[in-house]
Write a protein that binds this ligand. Structure first.
Ligand code: HEM
Length: 143
């Protein structure tokens, strides 16, 4: 399977999964159930707004794997905006685990191959966010 074919498959799976109206609620519920610490990070957050933004950022992750101009920068910048939340590095892996679990529940055609493609696209996005969090550039969102 070429990269273009994998991306097309990811996009189809994302569309199928998000066609389930509960997709984002299920994801956040599953993620926050992991620990009280994670739940506390979201206290005071406008979840309706966050769900809209998260859905868009999943599409940007697709663009980032597809070398679309600016997509990498957006993901790195998004990493910077997360600095002020003082997350543990492990939180990102847990985030990915909850997202893939929710995708498996909501995409009726999800299989091992789809799972590997989600892991590739989301893993790439998370690496960019981690790089953004770690970088010292003056375009910081948190300072
Ligand atoms: C690849 C992983 C992640 C992606 C793609 C992502 C995506 C996003 C996006 C798009 C926003 C909105 C940014 C804004 O406009 O201000 C956001 C905010 C937020 N994220 Fe994440 N996020 C990720 C990981 C995490 C993790 C691991 C946590 C917590 C453990 C987390 C907690 C939050 C919180 C609490 C906010 C909202 C802060 C506020 O109230 O403004 N995120 N995230």
């Amino acid at each position: 399977m070429t990269r273009a074919e994998r991306l097309a498959e990811f996009h189809r799976s994302l569309e199928r999964a998000t066609a389930e109206p509960e997709f984002l609620d299920r994801f956040y519920k599953s993620f926050m159930a992991i620990s009280p610490k994670i739940q506390r990070v979201f206290e005071g957050t406008d979840m309706a707004r966050l769900k809209r933004k998260l859905k868009s950022s999943l599409h940007v992750m697709t663009l980032a794997v597809d070398d679309a101009p600016g997509a990498d920068d957006y993901m790195r910048f998004l990493g910077k905006t997360h600095r002020r939340l003082n997350l543990d590095p492990a939180h990102f892996d847990l985030w990915k685990g909850s997202l893939l679990k929710t995708a498996a529940e909501c995409d009726p055609e999800f299989d091992d191959r789809t799972q590997a493609i989600w892991a590739e696209v989301i893993g790439n996005g998370i690496e960019l966010m981690r790089a953004g969090m770690a970088s010292r550039s003056s375009r910081s969102a948190s300072e």
